[in-house]
Write a new protein. Structure first.
Length: 190
């Protein structure tokens, strides 16, 4: 029984690796063709600049407090932490991109220099992304960084989804401003 379970697990991991290899070129192609130019949109750049001016001096205690407040507000009617991130010009721009994607994009969010959400197309499970690969493998790597997460089967949508993340730099100065994560329906790319 143990040998069969180990064999089954090994097969599952091999299938997941094969899926990642199968989907990665399509995910990268969609990023290059449809998403990369969003990183230079003035509404995104302005939102990041404003957020960075506000959060530049935040320490981990401040960041964790915001993250806990965000999580506590999910599903509540009063959402003073979530609402400003969900209802701003950059969030409207992101939702427009989701709507225009015809089901390819499930979510988009941008993060500032400390990894806090600045604008979201829909509510995320937490506000602080700074400890996750979508931030550590993009913003912390530097300008031009891309991270493509593993494709995973999502039970709620019955589809294969992946998050693609990129760092965002100021096109005029080259200064690193933040990062953007896009949730993609990998199957819709074929």
């Amino acid at each position: 029984m143990i040998k069969q379970s180990v064999t089954t697990l090994a097969m599952l991991f091999a299938c997941q690796a094969a899926l990642a290899d199968e989907f990665t070129p399509a995910l990268q192609g969609y990023l290059d063709t449809n998403i990369s130019q969003w990183a230079t949109n003035p509404v995104i750049l302005d939102a990041l600049r404003a957020a960075n001016a506000k959060t530049a001096e935040y320490d981990l205690v401040s960041i964790n407090a915001l993250d806990l407040a965000w999580q506590a507000e999910i599903g509540m009617s009063d959402t003073p932490t979530i609402t400003p991130v969900l209802t701003n010009d950059a969030a409207d721009f992101l939702r427009d991109q989701v709507d225009a994607s015809n089901g390819v994009i499930s979510e988009i969010f941008i993060m500032d220099q400390v990894g806090l959400n600045v604008a979201v197309s829909s509510v995320t499970s937490d506000m602080w992304q700074g400890d996750e690969e979508k931030f550590t493998q993009t913003y912390e790597v530097g300008a031009g960084a891309t991270h493509i997460a593993e494709v995973e089967f999502d039970e709620s949508t019955h589809s294969y989804l992946a998050q693609v993340s990129i760092s965002i730099s100021d096109p005029q100065t080259g200064d690193l401003l933040g990062a953007m994560t896009i949730g993609l329906n990998a199957e819709a790319l074929f």
